[in-house]
Design a protein around this ligand. Sequence first.
Ligand SMILES: Nc1ncnc2c1ncn2[C@@H]1O[C@H](COP(=O)(O)OP(=O)(O)OP(=O)(O)O)[C@@H](O)[C@H]1O
Ligand SMILES: O=C(O)[C@H](O)CO
Length: 523
Amino acid sequence: MAAVLQVLPCLARAPLRPLLLGGAVVRLASGMALAEQARQLFESAVGAVLPGPMLHRALSLDPGGGQLKVRDRSFQLRQNLYLVGFGKAVLGMAAAAEELLGQHLVQGVISVPKGIRAAMEHAGKQEMLLKPHSCVQVFEGAEDNLPDRDALRAALAIRQLAESLTADDLLLVLISGGGSALLPAPIPPVTLEEKQTLTKLLAARGANIQELNTIRKALSQLKGGGLARAAYPAQVVSLILSDVVGDPVEVIASGPTVASVHNVQDCLHILNRYGLRAALPRSVKTVLARSDSDPHGPHTCGHVLNVIIGSNALALAEAQRQAEALGYQAVVLSAAMQGDVESIARFYGLLAQVAGTCLTLAGAGASAEEAEQLHELAAELQLPDLQLKEALEAVVRARGPVCLLAGGEPTVQLQGSGKGGRNQELALRVGVELGRRPLGPVDVLFLSGGTDGQDGPTEAAGAWVMPELASQAAAEGLDVATFLSHNDSHTFFRCFRGGVHLLHTGLTGTNVMDAHLLFLRPR
Ligand SMILES: Nc1ncnc2c1ncn2[C@@H]1O[C@H](COP(=O)(O)OP(=O)(O)OP(=O)(O)O)[C@@H](O)[C@H]1O
Ligand SMILES: O=C(O)[C@H](O)CO
């Protein structure tokens, strides 16, 4: 985005302000002005789920400092507050908790990704770092999101702290995505390597996060309510930043403070589905066989309060508010965009075409056939919370600029060895879709970004596109189809127009999946 700022420094510095509809400045700089607004809205979405704001919304101390309020529950504080955490966003969450609860915290242990402290320091994000003499011990591990010896050491330290607590104590558990890999504690005789191999195989064969984490829970001492059990009889409050569609507390980071409802049959089903049952190590078979005859009986988690403090829906709601402040008719379509990236791109292409027609009432846009295709595709994608009808009705009413917002996590079937991420790949595919559809007299821009600031193994968070993308690329000698065939979207965006279409935020310190913004503005 640096290049965008160079092109339009006045817009980059300007605060959010309503559009000058039809004004000469906006029309001249149309693409860049829209892109700048898209970037600002993306940042406002991320801002709503940063550790500081989230922790401040969820927790408060009474003025005397004797009570901690979490939502509508109160907990007595008397040198009895402990903290553990695990996940990609937990360093910043712990720093925010320390800032808020400092003098009450007795001790803490967190497990966070390798190199995160250095990365945050490098980015100048002091608010994401613990104080120099913090009582919270930090373990870094799980390089490449895989459980390793360092993460195992962290998990054991977390278990030890939890087990040392008494009925007078309160354990604050900070949880975010990536927590599963950062809290590995396989049930013996299963080894770390065996668990690692099994989860890698499941992921490679296409198991979804629900399936993956069902198996992880069955083989873990701490997942599936194990951490809550270890902390009993202390009170447990889990503050959860969701990176899973629908915010299921039992799935996020494999639900260490949520009693597992799965039995061995569920696990065998999953292992069968991915052809892994026959090749299971003996240790895994032993643990699975034992799991239904657990001597402790079914576990309850009555001493636990699980609270979702950040989610994709929350982030989108903030961007929606900001879009409205800019003069857009803004509608959240879905916070559960899942499915193959190609289908999702087609969905956004059709949506732009149909919505553009509703907006301008122009004959050149979508026919009834395209509207039907859009609804059929929406049905195929099975997005549980999709507000398509409501969105199109709002567009008809709007007669002015429209912003449609969505979020979730599309899937990319990797075929090539190119460099990219699901957001850049989605944006590139949407750019192609927009270019091959008659859109009528309307400016269209689509942005897709990962809220963690890192899209796949690239340094960009995502990218934005307009309908002219493919033709402009061709004029630069870039063939979009060739880049797509190798999943090489990042290389494409780096070359295309000197990289101005890339979205760069740096690591944000949060993670609520991806955000998609589709703008339509009648000319
Ligand atoms: N060349 C590529 N093109 C498109 N997508 C890619 C490419 N390489 C990796 N990906 C995608 O990037 C994702 C992996 O990156 P990352 O580690 O950021 O994902 P994650 O851990 O699932 O995401 P997050 O932490 O953002 O929730 C996968 O969805 C993968 O399919
Ligand atoms: O850690 C995990 O299990 C995934 O990120 C989902 O929360």
